[in-house]
Design a protein around this ligand. Structure first.
Ligand SMILES: Nc1ncnc2c1ncn2[C@@H]1O[C@H](COP(=O)(O)OP(=O)(O)OP(=O)(O)O)[C@@H](O)[C@H]1O
Ligand SMILES: [Mg+2]
Length: 234
């Protein structure tokens, strides 16, 4: 299987705090990785590093066997990394359609505005409105659509179901399934470990800035994940 993402020995600090510590991780093309770990483990930091919002003090990242320039959002976008951020972070002064358009990059692909509206018909209906006119679930759809607009190779979804009802969460996972079927690789962070692990092909558990458990989502057990979650494995 071809590797589409390889993170090697990456460390990152916020001043004195070592948020990522010699972290390594791989993701195969077309696969979905469930990234789990307790609060403060470093999941969002890794996501933000991958999309160029942070830089590392050490280590390398390859996307499709090519080195990624760190700390440069444009380099990450053109390599094919796009983030659906924790808390969505939509632009309230822009319309829904403008929020979607802001995600566009130089990369070509299937995800033009028409394709995004086919996936989310409600957004077409409400395209002239500000994000505040939408429900939480619909806002999450805008955040996903904005990331898709860059035609990512690897879609990074941070806290994908946070604040959403079970029904809406199910809808969001339906959308992710469709995106995966287009060949896109995914990294999903979700506090609902059973759900995200059941959806994923691979699982990685982080503890204090490191990956302490990684493997196939079919063979890694919830007990192993739980132990890793609480730092009982090294
Ligand atoms: N901007 C920041 N400045 C300083 N420290 C930060 C900053 N952002 C995160 N941290 C710290 O870095 C560590 C990793 O945080 P991060 O947000 O990556 O964890 P997380 O796994 O996403 O947690 P959560 O499950 O709560 O979202 C934590 O100790 C956190 O307090
Ligand atoms: Mg987080």
């Amino acid at each position: 299987m071809t590797t589409c993402l390889e993170v090697r020995n990456v460390s990152m600090r916020y001043d004195q705090l070592l948020a990522l510590s010699d972290l390594s991780l791989t993701l195969n093309e077309g696969q979905t990785l469930a990234l789990v770990g307790a609060n403060g483990a470093g999941k969002s930091t890794l996501m933000r590093l991958l999309c160029g919002l942070l830089t590392a003090e050490k280590g390398e990242i390859d996307v499709c066997q090519k080195p990624l320039a760190l700390g440069r959002p444009r380099a990450s976008a053109s390599a094919g990394l796009a983030l659906v951020p924790e808390g969505r972070l939509l632009f309230e002064s822009l319309s829904i359609e403008e929020n979607l358009q802001i995600g566009r990059s130089q990369r070509g692909g299937v995800w033009d505005l028409a394709a995004i509206y086919t996936l989310f018909p409600i957004l077409k209906e409400k395209r002239k409105l500000p994000p505040s006119a939408l429900s939480g679930g619909q806002q999450q759809m805008v955040a996903i659509g904005r990331a898709l607009a860059s035609n990512p190779r690897i879609l990074l979804c941070d806290e994908i179901s946070l604040g959403l009802s079970p029904l809406v969460t199910q809808e969001v996972y339906g959308v992710l399934k469709h995106i995966r079927e287009q060949g896109t690789s995914l990294i999903i962070v979700d506090q609902d470990v059973s759900r995200v692990t059941a959806f994923a092909d691979q699982v990685a558990c982080m503890f204090k800035g490191r990956v302490t458990l990684a493997g196939s989502a079919r063979t890694v057990t919830l007990k192993q994940i739980k132990d890793s979650y609480f730092g009982l494995t090294t």
